[in-house]
Write a protein that binds this ligand. Sequence first.
Ligand code: FMN
Length: 179
Amino acid sequence: MDVKGKTIVLGVTGGIAAYWAAEIIGALRDREADVHVIMTKNATHFISPLTLQTISENKVLTNSFELSGEIEISHISYAKKADLILVAPATANFIGKIATGIADDVLSTTIMAVNAPVLICPAMNDMMWANKIVQENVEKLKKHGYYFVDPEYGVMACGGMGVGRLASMESILGKLMAL
Ligand SMILES: Cc1cc2nc3c(=O)[nH]c(=O)nc-3n(C[C@H](O)[C@H](O)[C@H](O)COP(=O)(O)O)c2cc1C
């Protein structure tokens, strides 16, 4: 997908790689995409909504129940306007939620309501990524048409080496452009 002029909804979840969201927004904006960020509550522990709002130049959604002054329900309006939803980084928890049909925050609810492609970029500790239930959840989502950029091998934030690091910007953008 050529992202020029497209609306990309960037979902950010609560992992250490959340700080990469700032770089991802920059890269998408360089390609003239309109980026709208939705963060889970836990993502806000890792990077501030103010940072992502400033870089994206669009309001950041974190809470479904906030009074926004807009009449349309946020998750429905984001689901309608998205040309693509990119979740980067995606936690094990978040992948588990969407694989089992849980919609208990604004990001998972938006994904449940969307028709546009959803590209998920997991990032987690290597033991978490190797967990059979996490792998089953990923396989299930792939089977249902969700796209993935699998994590890469390298130094873990928690120390040691393994597969679990967020894929490189090149891999993420490469996959996105190929959709
Ligand atoms: C310091 C710290 C780093 C974490 N890093 C990750 C991570 O990289 N990947 C992951 O799947 N979970 C990570 N977690 C666990 C998630 O934050 C936790 O599962 C949380 O419930 C995720 O919420 P969310 O999926 O709603 O954003 C981390 C937790 C802490 C305290």
